[in-house]
Design a protein around this ligand. Structure first.
Ligand code: G16
Length: 543
């Protein structure tokens, strides 16, 4: 088999976003687009020769094609061994676990997360480092810099490997090991949680639904919930991963899981419902008659984590992304542990987790996780919830209501304006930044403004500084509006408006969220002129 060096010319748009490079499938299908990005990655990993890399993805359209290309390129670039999930499958947290367990140099995870798939859908490539976590900006910046000047890539001529056959194959002398993508992950979950208590809860009639959305978590949820924990057959819905997610949108929120939400608001609902996204790192949690916001879920999981064996001696600290509500901060305060506020992007939690400063992390974008891997983890969040429910023997609604009575409630919502004109969105953000000093001195529509800045983060572990992470406007009563542009969209720009109002422990906790935040919605539009600038009547998605 021969190694070929193929001449190429650079693309100018291979800058990884919040979580890797995400584009339309058709964009990735341009000649050399995938090869350029993978070669730029390999060129940015100085210790690649002879090392082990992990590869797999969420099974979306184009997954297999890119795996075959990456394997041939790895062989040509001197990689020692590739570990591949059978069928090309790895959930993002399972890939993180395998990278750590097998002491790989890193891994290539193929996913566009919660974005739709199929020939006209989205695709993505991200790199995770040896700690199992998303590559730091140092690495992604290097990949981008390389992608702008690349003039050749290396690839071997070899037939496709058989992705379905467990065991070892060889590609131009490089070992390729195909492993069960579920086994190691399921074993890890069994170490972390009290499976006996959860199984007993199911045996005594506890009912749940888990919507895998025809995405990657189907095989994981079937193996763990139904086969190991004894949940009724059929608990896992849409369990078979499909290249186009059954034409669905694998984003576990109240828009794309509306049927599940409606079911859970009925008197005859199951006890618990959950869903996960394309690559299995996000989660949606709904109890009978109670939707749990991701920000509240983070706070609740942190406050109750000690009920699970893995966290029984307490948690070291909590981290949340800046736009996530401050509900978890109150838990950290009560527990007397450190609390960190980081920019959006799981990569910013890695150093804190590696340094043992935090145990549990979470984001408003439906992500929670812990130090068991270096990614957010949808199935983990569901299992921790189940462990807590089994230990407390209360309903989700009771647990949430008690939590608010203890800590107060952070009414919270995110309004997204998707696929708006990029120029208009950038101008909106620039104008907001320019207004910040004046807001501090003059307030906004009669409301005193106590915080007006563009969030910057100083990483306490490695001292790196990250600027321009979102405009924050805070009011005297603890309410807050945050504006930022999404780093994961593939068309135009997505403006995210995060709204939060704190109601103390003694206050009213059963108001409708949108009603409770209505004044902030008005203030947000007044200061940013969103409707006038985007021509939209209202948000595309409200979560
Ligand atoms: C990714 C990141 C998360 C981030 C989310 C939304 O999640 O890993 O850290 O919160 O995107 O980012 P943005 O607001 O920039 O769109 P995922 O699940 O899409 O990989």
């Amino acid at each position: 088999m021969t190694t070929k060096t193929i001449s190429t010319t650079p693309f100018d748009d291979q800058k990884p976003g919040t979580s890797g490079l995400r584009k339309r499938v058709t964009h990735f299908q341009q000649p050399n687009y995938v090869e350029n990005f993978i070669q730029s990655l390999f060129d940015s990993l100085p210790d690649l020769a002879g090392q082990t890399l992990v590869i797999g993805g969420d099974g979306r359209y184009f997954n297999d094609t890119v795996i075959q290309i990456a394997i041939r390129m790895a062989a040509a670039n001197g990689v020692g061994k590739m570990i591949v999930g059978q069928g090309g499958i790895f959930s993002t947290p399972a890939a993180s676990n395998v990278i750590r367990k097998r002491k790989a140099l890193g891994g290539i995870v193929l996913s566009a997360s919660h974005n739709p798939g199929g020939p006209d859908g989205d695709f993505g490539i991200k790199y995770n480092a040896s700690n199992g976590g998303p590559a730091s900006e140092k690495i992604t910046d290097a990949v981008y810099a390389r992608s702008k000047v690349i003039d050749a890539y290396r690839i071997v001529e070899a037939p496709d490997i058989d992705l379905s056959a467990l065991g070892t194959q060889s590609v131009a002398g490089m070992e390729v090991e195909i492993i069960d993508p579920v086994a190691d992950y399921a074993a890890l979950m069994e170490e972390l949680f009290d499976f006996d208590a959860i199984a007993e809860m199911f045996a005594s009639g506890f009912s749940m639904q888990f919507d895998a959305m025809h995405a990657v978590t189907g095989p994981y949820a079937k193996a763990i919930l139904e086969n190991r924990l004894g949940a009724a057959e059929g608990t896992v819905l849409n369990a078979v991963p499909l290249p186009d997610f059954g034409e669905g949108h694998p984003d576990p929120n109240l828009v794309y899981c509306k049927d599940m939400y409606d079911l859970m608001m009925r008197a005859d609902a199951p006890d618990f419902a959950a869903a996960s996204d394309g690559d299995g790192d996000r989660n949606l949690i709904i109890g009978r008659n109670r939707f749990v916001t991701p920000s509240d879920s983070l706070a609740l999981l942190a406050a109750n984590a000690h009920l699970a064996p893995a966290y029984s001696s307490g948690i070291a600290g909590i981290a949340r992304s800046m736009p996530t509500s401050a509900a978890a901060d109150r838990v950290a305060e009560k527990l007397g542990i450190e609390m960190f506020e980081t920019p959006t992007g799981w990569k910013f939690f890695g150093n804190l987790l590696d340094a043992g400063r935090v145990t549990i992390c979470g984001e408003e974008s439906a992500g929670t996780g812990s130090n068991h891997v270096r990614e957010k983890d949808g199935v983990w969040a569901v299992l921790l919830w189940l462990n807590i429910l089994a230990a407390r023997k209360q309903s989700v609604d009771e647990i949430v209501t008690e939590h608010w009575a203890t800590y107060g409630r952070n009414y919270y919502s995110r309004h997204d304006y998707e696929e708006v004109d990029s120029g208009a969105a950038n101008e909106l953000m620039a104008d907001l930044r320019a207004k910040l000093p004046e807001l501090l001195t003059s307030g906004l529509l009669g409301r005193e403004v106590v915080l007006a800045d563009d969030f910057a983060y100083l990483d306490p572990v490695d001292g790196s500084q990250t600027e321009g992470q979102g405009v924050r406007i805070g009011f005297a009563d603890g309410s807050r509006i945050v504006f930022r542009l999404s780093g994961t969209g593939t068309v135009g720009a997505t403006i995210r408006v995060y709204l939060e109002r704190y109601e103390p422990a003694s206050g009213v906790h059963d108001r409708d969220t949108q009603d409770a935040l209505a004044d902030l919605v008005g203030l947000a539009d007044a200061v940013a002129g969103i409707k006038a600038r985007t021509g939209r009547d209202g948000p595309t998605v409200i979560t």
